[in-house]
Design a protein around this ligand. Structure first.
Ligand code: NAD
Ligand code: UDP
Length: 312
């Protein structure tokens, strides 16, 4: 088996590269390093079945040889990252999805696109089921990301319906773990970095907004199962254990043993008030549910950052 993974040098992509190599696949990683890092795949480059193509996947790409699977994970994913590069984000979700669907069609490969809970916007249905169409501001500060992913889903189902490509869509809810960039601006790296440095933890708004955090190995396992299923409509993957951001800050302080204070900063525009996946479909279809508790996942992630900082 040979599998192409775009965004393979990113946080989730690098874990996917590892998983597919461990399953015996040859892996072709395509990345332009806009938000990913060579260090994320450094340990894989000597692997005889691993190849890296440095390329912006919003531009045409032709890959030699057979391909059995194409996974499109390239996209800035942190609000800070995608707001810094709005046009690149819109292009990789639209043109990049078109390019990668074209590759899957040409190779007769299975296809899987990384969509997101952001397609639900600031949801009025809670928890979010796949049947909910969402509440998205098309011109808001998150629109470059939300709308590119909504377009990506539409393009993917069109390739399935018109060309019969064997497509799959995963709607990923907040996922964390080793190799998130400490400076990517997302809540976990922000809080852990601040706790390590003894700086105040910056809670946006009053901290009552909720998220549900899934550890990366669980997500990767769900993706692997979905890719090998015969289901073509979107599937939520995430950990339904919901908490407020203030509770999350307190948990990070406890697990890092930090004495940092908590300070409150303005809530960014269009920040979803609540988010929790309904994973009944994934349970039924894939026999999947998260196995690693948030606390265990956080302990592993914090240890990883400690080792990284100690090695500097
Ligand atoms: P990340 O920023 O760590 O990884 C994204 C990778 O894509 C990076 O390596 C980046 O360099 C690469 N990339 C971006 N644009 C590219 C382009 N035009 N050409 C080639 N490579 C490009 O982010 P992540 O958290 O690993 O997210 C990966 C995917 O999962 C994204 O598609 C994201 O939308 C989706 N997702 C992630 C989460 C999460 O909680 N982490 C939640 C929902 C969806
Ligand atoms: N957040 C916060 N402090 C930070 C970074 C983020 O309070 O330093 C909040 C943010 O406003 C949001 C939640 O944490 O409500 C999750 O933010 P993140 O950027 O990780 O991802 P999102 O789920 O919003 O895409």
């Amino acid at each position: 088996m040979r599998t192409l993974i775009t965004g393979g040098a990113g946080f989730i992509g690098s874990h996917l590269c590892e998983r597919f190599l461990a399953e015996g696949h040859a892996v072709v990683c395509v990345d332009n390093f806009i938000t990913g890092r060579p260090g994320n795949i450094h340990h894989l480059v000597e692997h005889p079945k691993f190849r890296v193509i440095v390329h912006d996947v919003s531009k045409p790409l032709y890959v030699d040889g057979l391909l059995d699977n194409v996974l499109h994970f390239a996209s800035p994913a942190s609000p800070v990252d995608y707001q810094k590069s709005p046009i690149q984000t819109l292009k990789v979700g639209s043109l990049g999805t078109h390019v990668t669907l074209g590759i899957a069609k040409a190779h007769g490969a299975r296809y899987l696109i990384a969509s997101t809970s952001e397609v639900y916007g600031d949801p009025e249905v809670h928890p979010q089921t796949e049947a909910y169409w969402g509440n998205v501001n098309p011109v808001g500060e998150r629109s470059m990301y939300d709308e590119s992913k909504r377009f990506a889903e539409a393009m993917t189902v069109a390739y399935h319906r018109e060309h019969g490509v064997n497509t799959h869509i995963v709607r990923i809810f907040n996922t964390f773990g080793e190799r998130m960039r400490l400076d990517d601006g997302r809540v976990l790296p922000n809080f852990v970095g601040q706790a390590f440095r003894g700086e105040p933890l910056t809670v946006y708004g009053d901290g009552s907004q909720t998220r549900s955090f899934c550890y990366v190995s669980d997500l990767v396992d769900g993706i692997y199962r979905l890719l090998n299923s015969d289901y073509h409509l979107p599937v939520n993957l995430g950990n339904p254990a919901e908490m407020t951001i203030l509770e999350f800050a307190e948990e990070i302080l406890r697990l890092t043993g930090s004495h940092s204070r908590i300070v409150y900063k303005p809530l960014p525009a269009d920040d979803p008030r609540q988010r929790k996946p309904d994973i009944s479909l994934a349970k039924r279809l894939l026999g999947w549910e998260p196995k690693v508790s948030r606390e265990e996942g956080l302990r592993r992630t914090i240890e990883h950052y400690k080792r990284k900082l100690a090695a500097k």
